[in-house]
Design a protein around this ligand. Structure first.
Ligand SMILES: [Ca+2]
Ligand SMILES: [Ca+2]
Length: 245
């Protein structure tokens, strides 16, 4: 797998010549990574995933676009060496990442009410986790996108908590905590196949939704959810050098 990670790392630095107007707006210290860690807490049977930044973690959230097409998504992302099957997807190629995101234009957590107001469809701006499978995608500046599939493909397996989009994306509902310069997420062991031996990295990024048309169908010239700008990579080269401890 390592050559793939290195290739993707290289992509980050070779395709930044594309313009991305909204990207610069969020390029601040809240997304400058100081360190990343994943610790196994045997006492509660969970791993604690944490990104520490120079500024205030989670303070900067996107300005709404007012529509789904072009909707901005900011993320604190943990690319991992976990297999898609470890987190409930079927077997498929790509990098499994846990992405903590904020996106005020839409809610993709129909099972969860993160702001606890009894409305399950208004939580997009609240930092919340997604499992995603990332693959190389040269149609966007960041060189990566969430892997899509044909909605008619009945062989695709998604976790039961997926939000119903034709992408390898899950809305697992784990607790996210932002405090000072850290953002954290608690992942129960049984939700990652009891794995504690994986490697990981830390990334902050600007992503964007592309539906391509008013009826919400993707036109194909851009990915449905692409990475447009990588603000920081903890390792510097996306080599996933860190191990759970
Ligand atoms: Ca929700
Ligand atoms: Ca709510």
């Amino acid at each position: 797998m390592k050559p793939l990670f290195l290739l993707l790392g290289l992509l980050f630095y070779t395709v930044q010549g594309y313009p991305c107007d909204p990207c610069g707006k969020y390029h601040n210290s809240d997304f400058q990574i100081k360190k990343v860690s994943v610790k196994h807490l045997t006492g509660i049977g969970a791993t604690l995933w944490e990104i520490t930044v120079k500024g205030t973690a989670g303070k900067t959230t996107p300005t709404p676009a007012g529509q789904l097409n072009g909707a901005p998504v900011l993320g604190y992302v943990f690319p991992t060496s976990l297999k898609p099957t470890d987190v409930g997807f079927g077997n498929t190629e790509g990098i499994v990442a846990l992405a903590l995101t904020s996106h005020p234009d839409f809610d993709d957590t129909p099972l969860w009410d993160e702001n606890a107001d009894n409305n399950f469809a208004n939580d997009g701006i609240v930092w919340h986790p997604h499992w995603v499978v990332l693959t190389e995608d040269k149609r966007v500046e960041g060189g990566l996108a969430v892997k899509q599939f044909d909605p008619k493909d009945t062989s695709v397996v998604l976790p039961p908590t997926n939000p119903g989009m034709p992408m390898y994306m899950d809305s697992p509902g784990f607790q996210v905590i932002t405090k000072g310069n850290t953002i954290k997420v608690v992942v129960p062991d049984y939700r990652i196949n009891n794995r504690t031996d994986f490697s990981y990295d830390g990334v902050t990024a600007y992503m964007q939704v592309h539906t391509g048309s008013d009826d919400g169908r993707n036109s194909g010239d851009k990915p449905m959810l692409g990475v447009y700008k990588v603000y920081a990579v903890a390792s510097g080269d996306l080599s996933l050098p860190y191990q759970v401890n």
